[in-house]
Design a protein around this ligand. Sequence first.
Ligand SMILES: [Zn+2]
Ligand SMILES: [Zn+2]
Length: 479
Amino acid sequence: MTFTSNTDSSVGCFGRLFKRRKAGTRPRAATSPSSLSSPSSSESKTEKFDKNQCFCPTCDFSFAEETAWWPSESKASLPPYESHFVQDNLSGAPYINHTLGILERKLRDLSMQLHEHPETQFQEKFAHDLLTSFMEDHGFKVSKQYLGLSTAWRAEYTHGKGGRVMGINSEMDALTGLGHACGHNLIAISGCGVAIALKAALEATNTPGKIILLGTPAEETGGGKIILLERGGYDEMDMCIMSHPGPGPSHSFDVGSTNAMQNIEIEYFGKSAHAGAAPWEGTNALDAAFLAYSSISVLRQQMKPGYRVHGVIQGKDWLPNVIPDYAKLKWIVRAPTHTELQVLAEKILNCFRAAALATSCEMTIKTDAPYYELNQNPALSKQFETVIKDQYRMETTCRGSTASTDFGNVCHRIPSLHPMYAIPTEPNGGNHTPAFARSAATEEAHEATMIVTNALALTAFRAMRDEAFFQEVIQSFNA
Ligand SMILES: [Zn+2]
Ligand SMILES: [Zn+2]
């Protein structure tokens, strides 16, 4: 029995708090009827599935029941703009609004180029080159292939001396076979928009500070941000912000949490034998997989309602008259907080270990670094909500979603904000569906992205300009 870990998954690497967040109302993911049906014994069925896609962490970024989603056929115009901001240097609003107004069509063009060139984890070369070139053209100092990741990048801008360092993230990756079905083309342009608008506001108001925009690869699988975090990519930042689209009520935003998540990959190694002539000569790897599956199913009785454990079993050269000598299991464990996840994941690992022991199989365990739950900074969230209400008369809720994101790990290191925002969607067309890829290319989705970009830039500017507010951010992070 061996244990291997791709990356350090110990809790100790994030020596802060894991305070339990308030339980929110979490919408249940819609269950596909087809996933519940099974073929009759007389049916011959060939299963086809993309292995990577099956192992892809689900990103259900919806933050309301499906009946409340913003329907794609709705052409309802945005609420009227009613700025209640004092148009002075303290808000940065005139410069941020003006800059984003100029950039808006360019950002739309970038978004569509990314949408038409979807790239999966750590392959985001087109996005890397396109976005670094764009940021260079807007006066940022760019580091390509940042921290040893060939598609990660950093764009920075400094004004004056001292001040705060604001981090921003642009995700870029798409999904195998689905394209930009999680809307990361929108996240990418939002990060660029926030950074360039903030730069304009710092310059116009002579506010000292530094902006660091990171191009973060492999959010869907691979945990690109976690790698950058471990390699010091976030060390200089005082705070970090980004956004994510999902289904939700028309023109709405959410600053709730997400689930913590752990990937586990198990391999059982046995010995093949003739199943009829000499089965006692074999060591059955399929039996180990079966026992592990059954043990986990029994364990579900003691799991809390918010926990999720799900996985698949994959064989190799299996035949009914041969004792299987190999089985692979890919599982995902989720819980509302990282501390709960750690306890649950250990219980699941014990199910795998017990099955190996019972069947005399050898076993290997591989785990990715866990994704932590989002820990939205209260002061930044409140400011974002105020901006959204004052500028656009729109609502921000705190319901959370069942999704998981590697930005959760960043949130536990530095004060962070990750609003989810609604874009119009088709029925059953949430994140990770072909319909959501279509939604991510619409003008309405782009408009919503520009609003969240504007609100994030205004929130970030206050945190950089207003020392008392920044202290609130720090205090609420440490509370
Ligand atoms: Zn996703
Ligand atoms: Zn996503």
